[in-house]
Design a protein around this ligand. Structure first.
Ligand SMILES: Cc1cc2nc3c(=O)[nH]c(=O)nc-3n(C[C@H](O)[C@H](O)[C@H](O)COP(=O)(O)OP(=O)(O)OC[C@H]3O[C@@H](n4cnc5c(N)ncnc54)[C@H](O)[C@@H]3O)c2cc1C
Length: 356
């Protein structure tokens, strides 16, 4: 850890802002983090998958290459949290099993395999006969799948909790207010809330899919749009020692992240909407897909639903935009913000140190 470097103002306390604050504070910056409700945005809804290989999409090879470094970056964050607080951030490196529900879904799995291989991923073909245990709780009509060993997951609630306590031990101040304006004035940045004005040397904007504060908002070139997503949390099926289950079901994507003790995150819906409501049809489709792939969920208890807005850029790629020499905007992490948070934090640190 180096000595004090100056003061950074971080606007937005989702996984991107909170991880950035941690990295900057560890590097010796004095950090003030602004958020009326830290951890309550898209991060709250996220399943927490760090799944570079099971998330490949045609045309997204650059994203995929970026994602491949994410798990190693999370291991470093976990080690820094341990060093800072003595607490362990659990990274579950269980891999992913991808299956298709019916014949046309199996064709989608085949197509997915072609894209994955073109990116250099080598999934393993597995069948119920060769790897019976992997198919525990999976519908008996599913006989085969692809196994991706490089994938992992974490619990975003735990990550935010541990990062927040690590930040507190590093002296990061948290201002639980919305930032109304963010500007540059001479050799400093300035932020206003309803109650006060704050000054710093450098500013990081990490407001997810939400509009930027006035001042910087009028200066940026990028745009992000909110893509609503929902996860349903249930209690009752424990596949936690097994790979995360992903499936195509009648052409839609479904996943189940199973945590120790039988708590499962089922996901996820995706809509070009920003109103944070649970639509009946959306919930019904997700639960129908879930029951088709994992019939034993029939008797699981619904714990809660969570909704969030994924920040999607025009090309669906994450970005760091240099707004001016003192402000940078980190966004566009779309479906992968949890995965990419440690890498975004590295970008934030490089910007603050004038390295980009
Ligand atoms: C259903 C769902 C499932 C997902 N699953 C995964 C997954 O498995 N793996 C993965 O990698 N990604 C996943 N994602 C994507 C991931 O959640 C997002 O990419 C990530 O959370 C974005 O983080 P963020 O910090 O940029 O935004 P957010 O988490 O939305 O945080 C932004 C924060 O900024 C604050 N804020 C906004 N405006 C202001 C202001 N003016 N002043 C102060 N504070 C402000 C908000 O209160 C909020 O807390 C999922 C997303 C959804 C919706």
């Amino acid at each position: 850890m180096s000595s004090t470097q100056g003061e950074v103002l971080v606007v937005g306390g989702g996984v991107i802002g909170t991880t950035s604050a941690f990295r900057l504070a560890r590097a010796g910056w004095r950090v003030t983090l602004f958020d009326p409700a830290p951890g309550s945005g898209a991060t709250w809804a996220a399943a927490g998958m760090i799944a570079p290989s099971a998330e490949v999409s045609p045309g997204e090879e650059d994203n995929f290459k970026l994602h491949r470094g994410a798990l190693a970056a999370w291991r470093d964050v976990a080690s820094d949290i341990l060093d800072q607080t003595g607490a362990t951030l659990d990274l579950f490196e269980t891999g992913t099993l991808l299956v298709g529900y019916d014949a046309s879904d199996r064709r989608l799995v085949d197509q997915f395999e072609l894209v994955a291989k073109s990116f250099g991923v080598q999934p393993q073909h597995v069948t119920r006969v060769s790897h019976e245990a992997l198919f525990e709780s999976v519908s008996p009509r599913v006989h085969e799948g692809l196994l991706f060993n490089e994938d992992a997951w974490l619990d975003p609630d735990q990550a935010i909790e541990l990062l927040t306590s690590a930040n507190a031990s590093l002296g990061v101040s948290v201002v639980r207010q919305q930032v109304l304006t963010a500007t540059t004035s001479g050799d400093h940045v300035e932020v206003t809330t309803a109650d006060a004005t704050f000054r710093g040397d450098v500013g990081i904007l990490a407001t997810g899919a939400r509009p930027l504060p006035h001042g910087v908002a009028e200066k940026v070139a990028n745009t992000v749009r909110p893509v609503r997503g929902m996860t349903v949390r249930v209690q009752g099926v424990d596949r936690s020692a097994l790979p995360t289950l992903r499936a195509y079901v009648r052409g839609r994507s479904f996943y189940m992240v199973s945590r120790p003790g039988g708590y499962c995150v089922l996901g996820a819906s995706s809509d070009e909407q920003e109103e944070l409501i649970v639509e009946v049809g959306e919930l019904q489709r997700l639960l129908r897909d879930a029951l088709d792939v994992v019939p034993s969920l029939e008797s699981a208890a619904i714990v809660e639903t969570r909704q969030g807005l994924r920040p999607a850029s025009k090309d669906l790629a994450p970005f760091i935009e240099t707004v001016d020499e003192r402000w940078a905007w980190l966004s566009g992490h779309y479906r992968h913000g949890v995965t990419l948070a440690p890498l975004a934090a590295q970008e934030a640190q490089s910007f603050a140190q004038g390295l980009r």
